[in-house]
Design a protein around this ligand. Structure first.
Ligand code: SAM
Length: 275
């Protein structure tokens, strides 16, 4: 019988966020697949756990993933961890989970620290519907395409960003959504210098042109206002009637169908188009 792949989130800054289940799982599995074994070794030392580790990161996801899968298929249990936060969320793991799913290997996801969830919850922006956008691409064309696709987004949007790229990203977000759009910059979550700056894109961009960003950031950007569709007018109805008549319908039938389609008064549309 195949073993189990456990997805084990690790603290995003505060070791107090280690949960009993997280520690028990790391202690119980046969081996750990880690993004960086030096980082995970520190966590294991803190927990006083000794466990064999293999490297699984974005540059060896194919060969490393196959090696982990082979051991799972042979019946071993594995915990997948990254340097911080939840595996597979802007971190290695997605491909390994897909591989397990294709090979009927059970995957158990242990809930725990995840920067995007912590940031959204504290942002003060609507949480009912949101979209996680990860990191914007460095490549200009891909970045522009990504932002263009979000221009009319009405849901709250969440981005990850490295501090040295933050000023340029705030400029691009301001250009896309306008300077008045609300943003919460969630910095150093769960750490000593934790801070949530709730402001507008224009003000945030101006602030970080003057000040060097320090620490890790999640950007939570408010969604756009719904675009109201203009109600159909009698002129729209008349155009539709003309189109239906050109297809061979009688005036009466064309009016009936157009009025129904556009939610217009049949008699008013009839009067508008007679003669
Ligand atoms: N898998 C991780 C998770 O579950 O959040 C995310 C890993 S991703 C490579 C790293 C990014 O997450 C950082 O660039 C930053 O945007 C965000 N991040 C991680 N820790 C954070 C923290 N303590 N405060 C704010 N943002 C953080």
């Amino acid at each position: 019988m195949a073993g189990v792949l456990y997805l084990v989130p690790t603290p995003i800054g505060n070791l107090g966020d280690i949960s009993p289940r997280m520690a028990q799982t790391l202690a119980a599995v046969d081996f750990i697949a880690a993004e960086d074994t030096r980082v995970t070794a520190k966590l294991l030392n803190h927990l006083d756990i000794q466990k064999p580790m293999v490297i699984y990161h974005r540059h060896n996801s194919r060969t490393g993933g196959q090696a982990v899968l082979n051991r799972l298929l042979a019946g071993e249990n594995c915990a997948l961890v990254t340097d911080a936060g939840t595996p597979a969320i802007s971190d290695p793991g997605e491909e390994l989970v897909a591989l397990c799913a294709q090979n009927s290997v059970p995957v158990i996801s242990i809930p725990g620290p995840c920067a995007l969830v912590a940031a959204l919850a504290a942002s003060g922006l609507p949480t009912g519907r949101f979209t996680f956008e990860g990191f914007l691409a460095m490549n200009k064309k891909n970045r522009k395409n990504h932002l263009d696709a979000l221009r009319n987004e009405e849901r709250t949007m969440i981005f990850y960003e490295a501090p040295h790229k933050l000023p340029a990203t705030l400029e691009d977000l301001t250009e896309t959504f306008g300077p008045d759009r609300p943003i919460a910059l969630c910095r150093e979550l769960s750490k000593l210098h934790e801070e949530i700056l709730r402001t507008t894109l224009g003000a945030a961009a101006a602030f970080y042109q003057e000040n060097t960003p320090r620490g890790e950031f999640v950007l939570v950007v408010g969604g756009g206002q719904p675009v109201e569709e203009a109600a159909p007018t009698l002129e729209d109805g008349a155009q539709r009637v003309a189109a239906l008549r050109a297809q061979g319908q009688s005036h009466r039938d064309a009016v009936r169908q157009a009025a129904k389609e556009l939610g217009l008064s049949r008699s008013e549309l009839y009067d508008q188009t007679k003669g």
